[in-house]
Design a protein around this ligand. Structure first.
Ligand code: DQQ
Length: 539
């Protein structure tokens, strides 16, 4: 078994070799999906960053093309960093990206346009001579000025974009306006900002519809809309979002009070997932989010040995949930074309301490959907009030899968070796807090690999799931298992967690999948559908 390949994913997006990070400028144009991404053409650690480019008809199978944007001019000589695309009303795409202009990492914003609009793949991109488009004024920290968003147009006919920045420790989404897309003027106030959050890398701002799965173009104007502001908090290394109102008269975004923005806010994903970005897909009337999942093995040694690092998560359709208080994310339906062998079971009861194996599919490469139910909440353990200040991840570390509980822990055991030397459980645990129930969802990598190495990152990632169990005593879980990644969706995509894991025994045909219950309340598996997954095609 080659070290290079054993942990390569087979249906997640990856180039053949080298380092990747942020997804850039995803778009749908004339029948083709484009994904650009931060790429090091020279090695498997971050550096020499260019924009690699791939195209697809279905967001699952990809053709890798030549790089689209790379350092070549004074305005981007030291790096072509993240950015976004906008499709102008005359059906012409334009990319705005960050150029690094010197070895101190001073940043400006540039634009690039396709050299030939009749090339269906838009292979070549030109950086016109009137670049840079935007240089920071004196009030801006020039090394913290990057990652322009897709532009939207206001009622006044002006284009608007956001640029990530920070002042002292206040993170912010700077707002710029333009009439002609060429001359950009900074608005007096950022669209939004928040103290002690560090730089808001890769901001993303988009409208979502109430009570609908449909996505909206970012310039949409109409009723029944809320807005989402997402940012990647540099220090925390997680992607956060709030839902709120966009007050177009004053050009300010005001998040709903609860939950707040900042480190304790809602996350797009509670695991290894960063620098995410959405785009509107008019062909299916949906909004899709992409996010980067970095390696968690021993950086950078393992990356150098493997010759590759980083994957993109499975694209997810995003929408507002019914309550209007959070997003729902779900793997795009095209993923289902890779499903092959299927096993199904219904109405199976799991009493305390029971665990059984799901056989008949390739457990190292699988898509598993399960609906659990239970008849009462009486057994739920007390939520220790001291945990209220902890992150869910810390509570999961205290209450791991092997610690017997009341209502839970129950869930899946993924990428398990036969005798459980290695396993990555994804599970729920229900607590009774003072006024309500708290549902913890964990994706616990602590026992994922036999490799003894302190430098391996094996966290007990976790988030809470906002479901009213008194209403309906059911919880659903979907996990996408792909060799070194377990990407899970709790309660229909309310809580998502991505873990990167590096089993040494639980690989290929030696990987196993189990369902378990380690709580005193009996759990019923109402339905379980599991599929082995084909590899996607990439070049
Ligand atoms: N990665 C890019 C930056 C961005 C960061 C550089 C986020 O533009 O802020 O590769 O991962």
């Amino acid at each position: 078994i080659s070290v290079k390949n054993v942990h390569r994913t087979r249906f997640h997006f990856q180039p053949p070799k080298h380092w990747i990070n942020d997804p850039n400028a995803p778009m749908y144009y004339n029948g083709v999906y484009h994904l650009f991404y931060q790429y090091n053409p020279k090695g498997s650690v971050w550096g020499n960053i260019i924009w690699a480019h791939s195209v697809s008809k279905d967001l699952i199978n990809w053709i890798h093309l030549e790089p689209a944007i790379y350092p070549s001019k004074k305005f981007d000589k030291y790096g072509t960093w993240s950015g976004s695309s906008t499709i102008l009303p005359n059906n012409k795409p334009v990319i705005i990206y960050t150029g690094v202009v010197d070895s101190y990492n001073n940043q400006v914003q540039n634009y690039a346009i396709p050299a030939n609009l009749s090339d269906p793949f838009l292979r070549k991109w030109i950086k016109p001579n009137n670049n840079p488009l935007i240089v920071p004024d004196n009030s801006i920290n020039r090394t913290e000025f990057r990652d322009p968003t897709t532009a939207w147009m206001g009622q006044d006919g002006l284009w608007r974009i956001l640029i990530a920045s920070m002042r002292k420790h206040r993170g912010m989404a700077l707002l710029y306006r333009s009439r002609d897309f060429m001359k950009w003027i900074k608005a007096q106030h950022p669209l939004h900002s928040s103290t002690n959050t560090g730089n808001w890398e890769c901001p993303d701002f988009f409208p979502v519809l109430f009570n609908s799965t449909n996505g909206l173009d970012v310039s949409y104007r109409g009723k029944n809309v809320k807005y989402v502001l997402k940012n990647s908090l540099d220090v925390a290394r997680f992607d956060y979002y709030t839902i709120g109102m966009y007050h177009t008269k004053i050009d300010r975004y005001i998040p709903n009070n609860n939950p707040i923005d900042g480190w304790k806010g809602l996350r797009i994903d509670y695991g290894n997932f960063y620098a995410s970005k959405t785009f509107y897909d008019p062909s299916r009337n949906r909004r899709v989010i992409w996010g980067w999942s970095n390696e968690s093995d021993v950086l950078p040694d393992d990356e150098i040995k493997k010759g590759w690092a980083g994957i993109q998560g499975i694209p997810r359709q995003v929408r507002l949930n019914l309550s209007g208080k959070q997003l729902l994310q779900w793997p795009i339906e095209e993923l289902e074309t890779l499903r092959k062998q299927k096993v199904q079971l219904n109405n199976k009861r799991l009493s305390k301490g029971e665990m059984f194996e799901v056989k008949g599919i390739s457990a190292s490469q699988a898509d598993v959907e399960v609906l659990f139910s239970f008849s009462s909440l009486n057994e739920a353990e007390q939520f220790d009030p001291r945990w209220a200040d902890l992150y869910a991840q810390d509570v999961c570390a205290i209450k791991g899968p092997t610690i017997q509980g009341g209502l839970g822990p129950f869930g899946l055991v993924t990428l398990a070796s036969k005798n459980l030397e290695e396993y990555t459980p994804v599970f729920f645990r229900v607590f009774k807090a003072q006024k309500s129930y708290k549902i913890l969802m964990c994706s616990d990598a602590r026992r994922s690999s036999m490799r003894q190495n302190e430098a391996m990152y094996k966290p007990s990632f976790a988030g809470y799931v906002d479901v009213d169990l008194e209403d309906m005593k059911k919880l659903s879980l979907r996990s996408l298992i792909d060799n070194s990644v377990v990407e899970s969706f709790g309660a229909g995509g309310k809580t998502c967690i991505t873990s990167r894991v590096y089993p040494t025994l639980a690989i290929y045909d030696n990987a196993h999948l189990f369902v378990f219950n380690n709580g005193s309340e009996t759990i019923t598996i109402e339905t379980l559908n599991a599929w082995g997954m084909d590899a996607c095609k990439m070049n």
